[in-house]
Design a protein around this ligand. Structure first.
Ligand code: KG4
Ligand code: ZN
Length: 363
C-alpha cells in the first residue's frame, strides 16, 4: 500500500490530494482531491497575475492540505510520501508549494518527490483508465499546447508544441477582444453555439505543413482584424466570430493531431490498443472533443478524455505521478535540494521553443 499527498501550485489553482495504491494489481484510489481556483482574483485583469497568484497560494495552501488529509480521513502519519509540483510554472507559486511540501515532509520525516507538472498531466490517464504505455497525449491548456508520446514513467517524447500562443491563451485573448469575461474558453464556446461558423474565413494555422508544431498568433490577429472591421459588434457578430474561430481551431487541431496519430502508428506498430489522451482545460470544449473523437475513430485509436476535474490542474495527478515514480524507484533523484524550475520541458532533447515547457502569465 502506498499513500501519497500531492501538492499543486504552479498556476492559479491551489490544490492538495491524497491518492492510494493497494498492491500492484489493484486500481488506484483518489481519497481526496481539493482544488481552490483563483479565477475570481484574476478575472478583473483578464489573465493570471503572478504576484496575486503567489500570495493567494500562501494564504490558502495550509488549509487546503489540511482539508485534503481530513477528506481522506487520514493523519499526516498515514502518508508515505509528499509529492509537489516543482515546475514548470509561475515561480512564485512553485516556491510556495515546494517549500511547504519540504517543510511538511521534513517535520513528518517523509520522503519528498519533486514532480514535473506536465508529467502529472501525462500520467493521469493511467490513474483514471489504467492505460498501458505507450500512448499519445494532447495537452491543451492555458499555458501549454503539446503533443507527447508517452512511452513510460519519465520517458516522454515531445512531438509538437506551440511556437507562439497556447490554445487556451488564444481562446482567452479572443474572448478579451470581444468583450467576453475571463476565463475566455467557456464563454467563447457558449457564444459560438448561436453563431454562424461560415461567416468568417479565418486561417487554419499550420494546416498542411509537414512541420508538426502548432501556431495560434496569426489566427488571433485575423480575429482582431475581423472584429475591428465591423465595430461596433452586435451579439450576433460576437457569436459568429466565436463560431468561426472555434471552427478554425478545431480544423487546425485536427490536422496536427492526425499527423501525430499516423506517426504513432509508424513508431509503435505493435501497440495493441493505440490511444489518444486529451488533457488541459481546453479539453472541456465540446466542438474540439467531437473533432478529436471522430479523428480517433477513423484512425482506429481509442479516445481517452479523463473527467474534467482531473484534466484541468489538480493535485491528484501530482500525487499519482509520485506513486508512479516511487513504484519505479525513480524518486530518489529528487527531494529536499530540488529548486523550483519555471522552465522544465518533459523531453530534455527537444529544441527549446517559446511557450514550451513554460507556463507564463496568461494575460
Ligand atoms: O488546464 P487549465 O484549467 O489551466 C491552466 O492552463 O492553468 O486550462 C485553462 C484554459 C483557459 O485558457 C480556458 O479558457 C480554457 O482552458 N478553457 C476552454 C474551455 N474551458 C476552459 N477553452 C475552450 N473551450 C472551453 N470550454
Ligand atoms: Zn496544467
Amino acid at each position: 500500500m502506498i499513500r501519497v499527498l500531492g501538492i499543486e501550485t504552479s498556476c492559479d489553482e491551489t490544490a492538495a490530494s491524497v491518492v492510494a495504491l493497494e498492491g500492484d494489481a489493484a486500481s488506484p484510489k483518489i481519497l481526496s482531491n481539493v482544488v481552490l481556483s483563483q479565477i475570481e482574483e484574476h478575472a478583473a485583469f483578464g489573465g493570471v497575475v503572478p504576484e496575486i497568484a503567489a500570495r493567494a497560494h500562501v494564504e490558502a495552501l495550509d488549509g487546503i492540505v489540511e482539508a485534503a488529509l481530513a477528506d481522506a480521513g487520514m493523519p499526516l502519519a498515514g502518508i508515505d510520501a509528499i509529492a509537489a509540483t516543482a515546475g514548470p510554472g509561475l515561480v512564485g507559486g512553485l516556491i510556495v508549494g515546494l517549500m511547504t511540501a519540504k517543510a511538511i515532509a521534513a517535520a513528518a520525516g517523509k520522503p519528498l518527490i519533486a514532480i514535473n507538472h506536465l508529467e502529472g498531466h501525462a500520467l493521469t490517464a493511467r490513474l483514471t483508465d489504467g492505460l498501458e504505455f505507450p500512448y499519445l497525449l494532447l495537452l491543451v491548456s492555458g499555458g501549454h499546447t503539446q503533443i507527447l508520446a508517452v512511452r513510460g514513467v519519465g520517458d516522454y517524447q515531445r512531438w509538437a508544441t506551440t511556437i507562439d500562443d497556447a490554445l487556451g491563451e488564444a481562446f482567452d485573448k479572443t474572448a478579451k477582444m470581444l468583450g467576453l469575461p475571463y476565463p475566455g474558453g467557456p464563454n467563447v464556446e457558449k457564444a459560438a453555439q448561436a453563431g454562424d461558423a461560415s461567416r468568417f474565413a479565418f486561417p487554419r494555422p499550420m494546416k498542411g505543413s509537414a512541420q508538426p508544431d502548432f501556431s495560434f498568433s496569426g489566427l488571433k490577429t485575423a480575429v482582431r482584424q475581423a472584429a475591428t472591421a465591423i465595430e461596433p459588434l452586435s451579439n450576433q457578430d460576437v457569436a459568429d466570430i466565436c463560431a468561426s474561430f472555434q471552427a478554425a481551431v478545431a480544423d487546425a487541431l485536427a490536422d496536427r493531431v492526425s499527423r501525430a496519430l499516423a506517426r504513432f502508428t509508424e513508431t509503435f506498430p505493435g501497440t495493441n490498443k493505440p490511444a489518444l489522451v486529451v488533457a488541459g482545460g481546453v479539453a472541456a470544449n465540446r466542438a474540439i472533443k467531437a473533432t478529436l473523437e471522430r479523428l480517433c475513430a477513423d484512425a482506429g485509436f481509442t479516445f481517452v478524455a479523463p473527467p474534467l476535474k482531473l484534466c484541468t490542474d489538480n493535485a491528484a495527478m501530482i500525487a499519482w505521478a509520485g506513486i508512479e515514480r516511487l513504484r519505479e524507484g525513480m524518486a530518489q533523484e529528487n527531494g529536499f535540494d530540488f529548486v523550483p524550475r519555471s522552465r522544465w520541458p518533459l523531453d530534455s532533447v527537444s529544441t527549446p521553443m517559446v511557450g514550451s515547457g513554460r507556463r507564463g502569465a496568461k494575460a
